[in-house]
Design a protein around this ligand. Structure first.
Ligand code: F6R
Length: 604
């Protein structure tokens, strides 16, 4: 998760870029850079480390200009060096980028064959070369930009300067957010409202697939088909932009939409796409004989998804237990067990007590936490951070997928360390994981289909959620989300367990939501759904369009993106969350602060 700012106006631009970057340091902080158009030609200044290092460079070699872009980086592709710092430049094009260009390796090979020479190891530089090549074909910058965007696969936000195109900044959004700020004779582009907060509170949010052209007089927006469109201007309070809802009705909705970014940021802490490898960890997985995960609520379900990955990918036995049970059960633990606490807040009393207990019983401990200064972060021997950013909605969404992302990535690292995953498989799994941000963006587009379904769902008193494999804990998480915010009773079951009891609940008033990615147990899940349909139970089946539909008049389909089975829990979490969210909205409940709940449970 990197920070982006662009300014086109009449005053000195670098102090403005720096002011904004300082506010964006929370998004990424291993290097930073700015570029500005000086007499029609772009010049760059970059530095490794914090923004103050960039300030030193700018003090020695100032940039006097009125149009510029800036970036603070959290390394995903290539080490955090000055060469890999943004902005990247190729010919007339200079740009900054947040996100992942998944097909960068193919594009780089194509460009290299044509003689393009690359300075950095980043995926970003490929985009600069592509655009420079397109500009050489025709000087229509907007058309060239669109042709380049059409070649990119991944989730990204871009800000671009072109030599000779004075006053102009191009921007594009797919998966990663981007906003336009409206000033007096000055316009801004930023990765969030906070980026442009020092200058304006008048914001337009780019929609998925939009691109935009700014000059100091205004902005022209285009949608993904290339049609020019209008985007509304909204008022955002600058001081608290980070914890503002922006264009969203609720924090929960905003946080659901932040997941392409938060998952990418978290994955990047554990994996490197350029080398196709998992980063080394301060835990020797080859010496462990067991992992014991402890957590509560949503974090417990994330842990259960992690268990499937640790056992399947690393052959590492993994137990997952609710912290309030583990704590008082006098568990028998072996010394070569790694205890892992999973928690958004890092303060949950039961989980923290388990961590302390495990430490006191001589186990090595780790904490997967989103609040990096929390008690668990400090107590554990190893801190495995998630990078979801502040989560305000009481019902956990982006913290959950960040926990799952961290666990899946760590399971790959464990598999490599234990000799279960060779280099080819490691590269395949790393590539698959980095597809998650794009596929989460695609899952967010299921919005309209889900809204259609909730009209009936909101009338139900009971709802069942079914899944197999890692979709089973996700089914329980889906049920928890629905319970928490819509107050509808819901349960998640392993699809194969249905006929051992819960099928007695099925009638025409009890909907079943089924999570059915195209994996090795799809056929089995599908036949369980037929059992439900045969008893007249309404079924909402969430599955890829390619999946052969089971028959039955009461089965309704919602098409989900097809994906690698490893990342299915990340992708299918989105329709679960949206289903709960829109049902709650339909029922008019207090989505962000549901009754009887608290964000951080620091009592037993
Ligand atoms: C559900 C939810 C809770 C928390 C649980 C643990 O949406 O948010 O179930 O997951 O209270 O909290 P943390 O992760 O802070 O330990």
């Amino acid at each position: 998760m990197c920070g982006i700012i662009g300014v086109t106006g009449t005053g000195p631009v670098t102090p403005r870029l720096i002011d904004s970057l300082k506010r964006l340091e929370y998004r990424g902080y291993d290097s930073a850079g700015v570029a500005a158009l000086v007499d029609g030609v772009t010049e760059r200044r970059r530095a490794q480390g914090k923004i103050r290092n960039l300030e030193t460079v700018l003090a020695e070699t100032p940039l006097n200009a009125t149009v510029g872009i800036g970036h603070t980086r959290w390394a995903t592709h290539g080490a955090p060096t000055t060469e890999n710092a943004h902005p990247h430049k190729a010919g007339r094009v200079t740009l900054v980028h947040n996100g992942i260009i998944e097909n960068f390796a193919e594009l780089k090979a194509e460009l290299a064959a044509e003689g393009h020479v690359f300075e950095s190891q980043t995926d970003t530089e490929v985009v600069a070369h592509l655009l420079d090549r397109e500009l050489a074909k025709s000087n229509d910058a907007i058309a060239a930009f669109k042709r380049v965007l059409d070649r990119l696969t991944g989730a990204y936000a871009l800000a671009v300067l072109i030599d000779g195109e004075d006053e102009q900044i191009l921007g594009a959004r797919r998966g990663s957010p981007l906003v336009v700020g409206w000033g007096e004779d000055e316009m801004y582009l930023g990765s969030d409202a906070l980026a442009v907060g020092p200058f304006t509170q008048q914001i337009s949010y780019l929609e998925e697939g939009d691109y935009v052209v700014l000059n100091r007089a205004g902005a022209r927006f285009f949608d993904s088909t290339g049609s020019e469109v209008e985007r509304a201007v909204v008022q955002v309070s600058a001081s608290s932009a980070m914890v503002e809802k922006g264009a969203y009705r609720h924090f929960m909705e905003k946080e659901i939409h932040e997941q392409p970014d938060s998952v990418q940021h978290t994955l990047s802490a554990y994996l490197d796409l350029v080398s196709g490898t998992a980063r080394s960890q301060p835990v020797d997985f080859s010496k462990l004989d067991r992992v014991q995960i402890v957590a509560c609520g949503t974090a417990f379900f994330a842990g259960q998804i992690g268990r499937y990955a640790f056992e399947r990918l690393a052959g590492l036995p993994c137990d997952v237990e609710i912290a309030s049970e583990f704590r008082y059960r006098e568990p028998a633990v072996s010394p070569s067990t790694l205890a892992v606490a999973v928690s958004q807040s890092g303060e949950t009393a039961d989980t923290l007590a388990c961590l302390t207990w495990c430490k006191a019983h001589g186990l090595k401990t780790a904490a997967i936490v989103n609040v990096h200064t929390s008690s668990m972060a400090r107590e554990a021997d190893v801190l495995w951070p998630t990078h979801a950013g502040p989560e305000i909605g009481v019902a956990s969404t982006k913290a959950f997928t960040a926990q799952v992302a961290a666990l899946l990535a760590l399971a790959v690292a464990a598999g490599v360390a234990r000799g279960r995953i060779d280099a080819t498989r490691e590269a395949e799994l790393v590539k698959a994981l980095f597809e998650a941000p794009r596929l989460i963006s695609e899952a967010l587009a299921m919005d309209a289909d889900i809204r259609r379904e909730v009209v009936e769902l909101a009338k139900a008193d009971d709802v069942l959620f079914l899944g197999r494999g890692a979709m089973y804990p996700l089914a329980m998480e889906g049920a928890l989300k629905l319970k928490e915010i819509s107050y509808i009773h819901a349960e998640g079951y392993a699809a194969g367990e249905l006929k051992h009891g819960p099928i007695a609940l099925i009638d025409e008033f009890t909907p079943t939501v089924a999570l059915a990615p195209l994996d090795d147990v799809f056929e089995k899940t599908a036949s369980n759904l037929q059992e439900v349909a045969a008893r007249g139970g309404p079924v909402i089946m969430i599955a890829p369009a390619e999946a052969e539909a089971p028959h039955g008049a009461s089965i309704r389909r919602i098409d989900a993106p097809d994906c690698h089975p490893l990342i299915a829990p990340l992708v299918y979490a989105v329709p679960m969350q949206l289903l709960a969210y829109y049902t709650a909205v339909q029922k008019g409940t207090d989505v962000d602060q549901p009754r009887n709940l608290a964000k951080s449970v620091t009592v037993e």
